[in-house]
Design a protein. Structure first.
Length: 297
């Protein structure tokens, strides 16, 4: 499958970051490089960009898309939680803008064998980094009932977490739970069938994906590094897709503003327009927050 990802809130990101010629930018979640290409276009002819992604498929696709920009681009496979050392290794001390587009891409969701979605039965994987040690199937097989319930409740905000964990542990004693279909069926049974538009397994899948990839821990680690990497006047833009991410971003920006490090540009997060949400349904839950560095690094 071709790596495709429609960049969410692309115009709003550009308006917030205000890319300019001769400036340096970081895209910490490169994906299909839609945002990166827009930043490079807006910072022509000599703006620089460092692109980071965990997924080798994303990097390969991005390299093809961004090849036209030549030496203006550096691409690195890595986790944005290591933002500062990655930037240092790339020869970058300070930057003028940083973008973090959180979550998973359309390609990752739609590629069945990646195991992020229950839309098709596939191996229960969910690793953003295919070389990571533990998959979602490993967590479901190895964690205790209490640990599973805690993860599903904390990261999925799923009120039926204990019932789900209890059924998963009982089921795995008989046969390993190794596919997305098996997991989705068990969660649906635990919650008493389907009710409403949201699939019963949605929150559990979100929780396991976050746990597998350490997404919230990585987000908490990257934000202070991103702030330190910004020059005075440089801007940080973060797109989140669920309340747990947005809460972390909001609190981190607010704390940095109170410490005199940032000015918050977006008092309320920017959301997708009705037109964008119609074209790209996955933009409906997106929230963009922007802040500007003040003071002296």
């Amino acid at each position: 499958m071709v790596f495709q990802h429609i960049p969410v809130l692309a115009a709003e990101v550009l308006a917030g970051l205000m890319p300019q010629a001769g400036k340096c930018y970081i895209d910490g979640t490169l994906g299909g490089a839609g945002h990166a290409a827009a930043i490079l276009e807006a910072s022509a002819p000599d703006g620089q960009l460092l692109g980071i992604d965990l997924d080798p498929a994303a990097l390969a696709a991005a390299a093809a898309v961004l090849a036209v920009y030549g030496e203006r681009v550096q691409l690195v496979r890595g986790n944005f939680r290591d933002l500062a050392p990655i930037a240092q290794a790339a020869g970058i001390d300070l930057v003028d803008g940083i973008l973090l587009d959180l979550g998973v891409s359309s390609y990752q969701l739609d590629t069945a064998e990646r195991g992020f979605s229950f839309a098709a039965d596939a191996p229960l994987d969910m690793r953003l980094d295919p070389d990571a040690a533990r998959s979602a199937a490993d967590l479901v097989a190895e964690l205790s009932e209490q640990e599973l319930a805690d993860i599903i409740y904390r990261y999925g905000e799923e009120r039926g977490s204990r019932r789900i964990a209890r059924l998963l542990v009982a089921a795995r004693r008989k046969v390993p739970i190794t596919t997305t279909g098996a997991l989705a069926d068990l969660v649906t049974r635990a919650l008493g069938g389907r009710h409403g538009r949201l699939h019963p397994a949605t929150r559990t899948f979100q929780a396991l994906r976050i746990a597998v990839n350490g997404e919230l821990d990585s987000l908490e680690q990257v934000l202070p590094q991103a702030i330190e990497l910004l020059r005075p006047g440089g801007r940080l833009a973060v797109i989140s897709f669920h309340s747990l991410e947005d809460r972390i971003v909001k609190h981190a920006l607010r704390a940095a503003a109170q410490a005199g490090e940032l000015t918050i540009i977006t008092r309320k997060p920017i959301e997708a327009s009705t037109a964008e949400a119609r074209i790209n349904p996955r933009s409906r839950s997106a929230k963009l927050r922007i802040a500007e560095r003040i003071g002296i690094n």
